[in-house]
Design a protein around this ligand. Structure first.
Ligand SMILES: [Zn+2]
Length: 83
């Protein structure tokens, strides 16, 4: 099953490239930060556990420098609605 990015304006799909997808962090504080950055009201009702299991954002939404350091768990800055 292909991964889909939760950004409705994001056209990247895992079937189209080898772009990395990141699950929402399970740590509540960090997960909350992602949700805030996403500005998706429907995600606010979900628990970090649900988000971690079912929702992903593609690497386009994160600073490349952070990804290069392999610090996925520490990623907290999400860039939403890419154009
Ligand atoms: Zn995306």
């Amino acid at each position: 099953m292909p991964n889909f990015c939760e950004d409705p304006n994001c056209t990247w799909k895992s079937t189209q490239s080898d772009l990395a997808f990141f699950r929402f962090p399970r740590a509540p504080a960090r997960c909350q930060k992602w949700v805030e950055n996403c500005r998706r009201a429907d995600l606010e009702d979900k628990t970090p556990d649900q988000l971690n299991k079912h929702y992903r954002l593609c690497a386009k939404h994160f600073e490349t420098s952070m990804i290069c350091r392999g610090n996925f768990a520490e990623l907290s800055t999400v860039t939403w609605n890419l154009s």
